[in-house]
Unconditional design. Structure first.
Length: 391
């Protein structure tokens, strides 16, 4: 038995033998989460009683997945930048293409990303579900749910037997951000930092915590609405009048492009290289769900290694535009259990996400015409692995 399975069995056994104690603990966890920053709009994210624990062997495999993926994505970004015919494969507007091609303020390709996988723990096979490089969120969710484990009796029992450690997502990003900033040719010794977004769409709990962590390191840091920034005399200023030297961009590209005229000061500052910002707009190449389509093109395979091509074939679900220029509606209608419909460029599950196998024929036939030729993709359905747990 692997160490990972051994730890899971310890959780399971303790819960089964101390059910009342764990019921009481679960209610305390629920209460704490409902009185935490995660409680929003009269609800809180659901959680489970057995936290996900991985051993070092599994973490090494995840690290390998991340390294191969990062290598592929770096090559794709550079190919997009350097070759017009490759740029033509992506459905980006001229305005967005211009932003994507701006020089990066830092060394590297993806300052921050979250790779979402459907991972089978039995055979270690996996499929990519989604790639987030723009405004990657959920750091506070991870922090608060980890803190709530203090009231989980099974977890307290297990950590007395095993050396478990979590992942710190705030201070590590501060370290990475400053490291990136120090590669900026116009860097200053003590930069004023701004976290920017369209604030009605923002995950404010994340922002407040990040601002505290930057401030704890001695940096001035404020949270700004990207529409309220002012560009004058070759510098970018916040609404409060503070000059901004470095930006942590949480505003997703889709939100920026939808408000292009409202964010002209930010755009002008970026175009003139008057402010450092991470991440650059070329992260949108990877963030767009259209990437999954381009990954399967022979044009992409030309500049990848054989290992990388096989990685794509095995782990990236086949994807096509759900429209007259891509897959036919009849194909998706006739094989509904094989397809998933998603918006081409959305986030936080906005838009319609529909798996054919979750619909009956009548409802599927009613849904598809509503989204055909409307900026959606059709993606091969990925089987999902079920993990035993207690909710």
């Amino acid at each position: 038995m692997s160490l990972q399975k051994e730890v899971f069995e310890e959780y399971k056994s303790y819960i089964e033998n101390h059910m009342e104690e764990n019921k009481e603990g679960a209610l305390k966890v629920k209460y704490n989460l409902e009185h935490s920053p995660l409680f929003w709009n009269d609800m809180v994210d659901k959680t489970v009683h057995i936290p996900k624990v991985y051993d070092k062997n599994m973490m090494a495999k995840f690290e390998h997945i991340a390294n191969v993926t990062y290598s592929i994505f770096g090559k794709i970004i550079e190919e997009y930048r350097n070759h017009e015919d490759y740029r033509a494969l992506f459905p980006f507007s001229k305005e967005l293409e211009e932003l994507i091609l701006l020089p990066r303020s830092y060394d590297g390709f993806l300052p921050m990303a979250r790779f979402d996988l459907f991972f089978n723990e039995e055979n270690e096979d996996f499929y990519f579900c989604e790639i987030n490089t723009d405004g990657t969120a959920a750091q506070l969710r991870d922090l608060e749910m980890s803190k709530a484990l203090i009231n989980n009796p099974a977890h307290q029992y297990v950590i007395r037997k095993y050396n478990l450690s979590g992942f710190e997502l705030f201070d590590t990003w501060v370290d990475s951000f400053i490291e990136l900033y120090n590669t900026y040719p116009k860097k200053k010794d003590n930069p004023n930092i701004a976290i920017v977004d369209v604030l009605e769409n923002a995950t404010m709990g994340d922002f407040w915590e990040f601002a505290r962590r930057f401030q704890k390191r001695g940096y001035n840091c404020e949270i700004c609405d990207i529409r309220e920034l002012e560009y004058r005399d070759g510098a970018l200023y916040s609404k409060s009048g503070s000059r901004i030297d470095a930006i942590y961009r949480r505003a997703v590209t889709a939100d920026i492009m939808a408000r292009y005229d409202e964010v002209s000061d930010f755009i002008n500052a970026v175009k003139s290289d008057s402010v450092f910002f991470a991440g650059a707009f070329d992260t949108q190449i990877i963030h767009s769900k259209w990437l999954f389509y381009v990954l399967h093109l022979e044009r992409t395979w030309r500049f990848l290694t054989d290992e990388e091509v096989q990685f794509i074939k095995k782990h990236i679900p086949e994807t096509k535009e759900f429209g007259s220029k891509g897959i036919s509606m009849q194909e998706v209608l006739s094989n509904k259990d094989d397809y998933m419909i998603k918006p081409m460029d959305a986030y936080a599950s906005k838009g319609i996400y529909a798996a054919g196998r979750e619909y009956n024929n009548k409802d599927w036939e009613k849904l598809l015409p509503k989204v055909y030729d409307c900026g959606y993709i059709a993606q091969k359905y990925c089987p999902q692995y079920l993990t035993h747990n207690i909710d």
